[in-house]
Design a protein around this ligand. Structure first.
Ligand code: IPM
Ligand code: MG
Length: 369
């Protein structure tokens, strides 16, 4: 049986990080008969340079038809002046929207070896294991109107629209409750119901969904600003956090940094299961961006990208053992004191992107033997 993977390395450190995942895919095909068939496309600035669009129609079609998409990162100062509609980020947003990837899973796990790399005290983050479930196809990212108008008096007016329908809140909270059942069975929902109508509805719908179908799960609500504060005050109080697109963007960067580096955090973006096949459309990407300042130097941390592939094994292909093994391989390499610059600590060995990828692959092979 073959599994199609569409690779979109993108810009900046995206291609370097993706190259390390390709090594693992090749190994899994050769040694484990995994049957992955890969194709590669362009997204972001690299797609703009080639086609004048943030992603071509051809590559969109390939993403639609693939079993899973692996995405690197997009953007960089080179494309600061390109028109808004074709800016690098537009490629990613279109993929999320057109593939209807409404559920963004962002686990923040603090590997024991990295407790000291966090900007928080080690005891606050040691053993941290939280999952942010971010709504990804709605809210202020996509709401209309979204405009800047000239008021004609020397003033301009910018409008973004925060909009949520009941079904969008129901389905994302359903995902959060279901995942909580496989973890510590707790969900904290975050919104700003004290200021925003969308927050009022969010709170109501999450509460109703909980009551109707998931009353076995422990549900809390927090205002998103207080939630951000609690995330840095006592992050281990959380299990699953469910929140909207914009708050989820911000809170997941905060959560990422708790784990030591933005270079550590993977993510999965999932659609609804298909009525016939039960398969979900899916895209896997590191939470970090394209890091243009270090791109091309071979020093980027590929762990978030590799851990994103582990999520792909788990959620798209039900290769749970392989996913566990790959995550274990990452933890073991960190235990051995092998570090990229962003997570470097005293007494450890600093390596570049491809040495880190090789070390994880070697550990993965050893665990598979
Ligand atoms: C993320 C990123 C994106 C977002 C950008 C690149 C559009 O920050 O995935 O968190 O805002 O969603
Ligand atoms: Mg972000």
């Amino acid at each position: 049986m073959s599994h199609s993977l569409f690779l979109l390395p993108g810009d900046g450190i995206g291609p370097e990080a993706m190259a390390e995942v390709v090594k693992i895919i090749d190994h899994m095909n050769e040694a484990l008969g995994a049957g992955f068939v890969t194709e590669q496309g362009l997204v972001g600035g690299s797609a703009y340079d080639a086609h004048g669009a943030a992603i071509s129609e051809d590559d969109m079609a390939k993403a639609m038809n693939a079993d899973a998409v692996l995405f690197g990162a997009v953007g960089g100062p080179k494309w600061d002046a390109v028109p808004y509609d074709v800016r690098p980020e537009a490629g990613l947003l279109r993929l999320r929207k057109d593939l209807e990837l409404f559920a963004n899973l962002r686990p923040a796990i603090c590997y024991p070896a990295l407790a000291n790399a966090s900007s928080l005290k080690p005891e606050l983050v040691e053993g941290l294991d939280i999952l942010i479930v971010r709504e990804l196809t709605g809210g202020v990212y996509f709401g209309e109107p979204k405009t800047i108008t000239d008021l004609g008096n020397g003033q301009k007016r910018a409008i973004d629209t925060q909009v949520y329908d009941t079904y969008e809140i129901e389905r994302i909270s359903g995902v959060a409750f279901e995942l909580a059942r496989t973890r510590k069975n707790r969900v904290c929902s975050m919104e700003k119901r004290n200021v925003m109508k969308s927050g009022v509805l969010w709170n109501q719908v999450v509460t109703e969904t909980h009551k109707a179908k998931f009353s076995d799960v422990v549900l809390d609500h927090m205002l998103a600003d207080a939630g951000g504060m609690q995330l840095v005050r006592a992050p281990k109080q959380f299990d699953v956090i469910v929140t909207d697109n914009l708050f989820g963007d911000m809170l997941s960067d905060v959560a990422a940094m708790l784990t030591g580096s933005l270079g550590m955090l993977p993510s999965a973006s999932l659609g609804a299961p298909d009525g016939k096949t039960g398969k979900r459309k899916a895209l896997y990407e590191p939470v970090h961006g394209s890091a243009p300042d270090i791109a091309g130097k071979g020093i980027a941390n590929p762990i978030a990208m590799i851990a994103s592939f582990a999520m792909c094994l788990r959620y798209s292909f039900n290769k749970v053992e392989e996913a566990d093994r790959l995550e274990k391989a990452i933890a073991n390499v960190l235990d051995k004191g092998i570090r990229t610059g962003d997570i470097m600590a005293e007494g450890c060995t600093q390596v570049g992107t491809s040495e880190m990828g090789d070390a994880i692959l070697a550990e993965f092979k050893a665990l598979s033997a």
